[in-house]
Design a protein around this ligand. Structure first.
Ligand SMILES: [Zn+2]
Length: 512
């Protein structure tokens, strides 16, 4: 690159409303207002960095002062004296103030003192206050006084990345515009167009990576593109952008998560070594793992029955995620997320990221393994969908004293003996057993809880060491549940019968 290289963000800065990237709503509202002569005395533009707040402010200043028309115009010419001076930041009536370096009240007073004088070359005196939230309270108060009674010829344009720090008294005097995060597709189109203008090669995959890394900011995306061009001499492909961002390929991340959640600790650590040795930044990798967890959660069957289409993954990668999702619970994903979030500051503070990352992997594997509190309460440890993650404590499935369940009462007793309180009470009060034989349970469920069959069959398989078939029939055979049976037996007991006779209104409400 030669010494005259202008950074892309400056070279391709939007010069009129039409070329503002991704701010369609703002452009429409603002142009209509200007064309119909409804000019406010104060505007505030808010949005993340690099979305075009200052550019919009300058375009607005041009629109107000362009000489191509005898009144403000939504289509400033860009070539008249005023337009050119404003674009270059050199117009005498258009003041750009960086609030970050002019936070004090004295600065603000100096600026506001000049407000009363009429513009020299333009129609309006325009004050653009960048990073307005940085102003001190006295500075805001001084500004407020002017905003309460602004001279006819003065327009204030405030720009801020943090609107919450701007006092409500100021906000209430400004017309507010929110600049949105520029969508990935819009950024890609813009970057592709610039690549064409610059005669550089930018592959679609590389463009996609840049647009995602830009996170809605045109300026951030363009400075990344600047860097990529400088590093590659103008042949920007996926590999070079990944290297530049110190990021692992998304496919690598998907494979890594697959290994991690398969429960094979040494394989996961080996894979982490490999990614690290290939030059990936581990906090970036953590970010990518969090992205994976976020999308896996969005795609989880417990949340989303259909397909999530706007994820950044290819069809192949989505298949892999779906496969993991079919055996991991939403609960486990949520705990994985929590551990990752907690690790972000840890990674930043740690002098040795690799050590920190390895420990994170081990923690994640244990967390994915652990039952949640409700799961512990239900003691259905083996019923977890992610049971195959339990590599270390799988012994409980291999003990030799297996249960034998021949009838409805056997099942009730076994559930009670193994303290499966919820399954026991559901089974005894809602299930009419039709038949139990050869590991087939045929039954009618009065309540129809879909979870019951799943949990019971997992429990049965585990306790008996056989694969059970649960056959739920849809018509009640009008037989009794275990509780009803016991109640009936009790009522026919001669001792109980005489007790019932003694108390005329007595009723058996429970059997303890
Ligand atoms: Zn002009």
């Amino acid at each position: 690159m030669d010494g005259n290289y202008t950074v892309l963000a400056r070279k391709y800065r939007s010069q009129d409303f039409k070329s503002l990237i991704g701010q369609d709503v703002l452009v429409k509202t603002l142009t209509t207002a200007i064309n119909t002569g409804r000019i406010a005395h104060a505007y505030i533009f808010t949005g993340i960095r690099g979305t075009g707040k200052t550019s919009t402010a300058r375009i607005l200043a041009k629109a107000l002062n362009c000489l191509s028309s005898d009144r403000p115009t939504a289509t400033p010419c860009g070539v008249c004296e005023n337009c050119r001076a404003i674009a270059a930041g050199q117009h005498i009536d258009v003041m750009e103030i960086d609030a970050a370096s002019h936070t004090g009240v004295d600065n603000m007073r100096d600026i506001l003192d000049a407000v009363q004088y009429r513009p020299t070359n333009g129609r309006y005196k325009v004050y653009i206050i960048d990073e307005a939230h940085m102003l001190s309270v006295p500075a805001f108060n001084a500004l407020l006084k002017t905003l309460e009674e602004p001279p006819e010829h003065v327009i204030f344009i405030l720009a801020t990345t943090d609107i919450r720090k701007v006092p409500v008294t100021i906000l209430s005097r400004c017309q507010r515009f929110d600049l949105v995060r520029v969508p990935i597709e819009t950024l890609k189109k813009h970057f592709a167009w610039i690549a064409e203008q610059e005669k550089i090669e930018l592959t679609d995959a590389a463009n996609e990576l840049l647009a995602r890394a830009a996170d809605g900011s045109v300026r951030d995306g363009l400075s990344l593109l600047d860097q990529a061009i400088a590093q590659t001499g103008g042949h920007v492909d996926e590999k070079s952008v990944l290297d530049m961002l110190k990021r692992a390929d998304r496919g690598v991340v998907v494979d890594f998560m697959e290994t991690l959640l398969s429960g094979d600790t040494s394989a996961a650590l080996a894979k982490a070594d490999e990614i690290y040795n290939n030059g990936a930044d581990l906090s970036m990798l953590l970010t990518d793992m969090m992205e994976w967890t976020h999308w896996a959660t969005r795609m989880h069957p417990a949340i989303h029955a259909g397909t999530v289409t706007n994820s950044p993954y290819t069809a192949d990668q989505r298949d892999k995620i779906n496969k993991i999702n079919s055996r991991i619970s939403l609960n486990a994903l949520s705990r994985i997320w929590q551990v990752m979030v907690a690790s972000v500051p840890e990674m930043q503070a740690s002098g040795n990221q690799k050590q920190c990352f390895d420990m994170l992997i081990i923690r994640l594997m244990h967390i994915a393994d652990m039952p949640s509190v409700p799961e512990i309460l239900k003691q259905t440890k083996s019923a977890q969908p992610n049971a195959n993650l339990q590599t270390n404590d799988a012994q409980h499935t291999t003990n030799n004293d297996k249960l034998s369940i021949q009838n409805a009462n056997d099942l009730a007793n076994a559930l009670q003996a193994s303290k499966e309180i919820l399954l026991y009470s559901y089974y005894t009060s809602n299930i009419e057993v039709v038949e139990i034989s050869n590991y087939i349970l045929k039954y009618f469920d009065r309540r129809g809880d879909a979870d019951f069959a799943h949990k019971l069959s997992v429990w049965l398989n585990d306790k008996t060491g056989h694969a059970w078939t649960l056959e739920r029939i849809t018509e009640s055979p009008h037989t009794h549940t275990i509780t009803e049976q016991k109640k009936e037996e009790l009522e026919s007991d001669p001792m109980v019968a005489s007790a019932m006779d003694l108390f005329a209104d007595a009723e058996i409400v429970g059997i303890k």
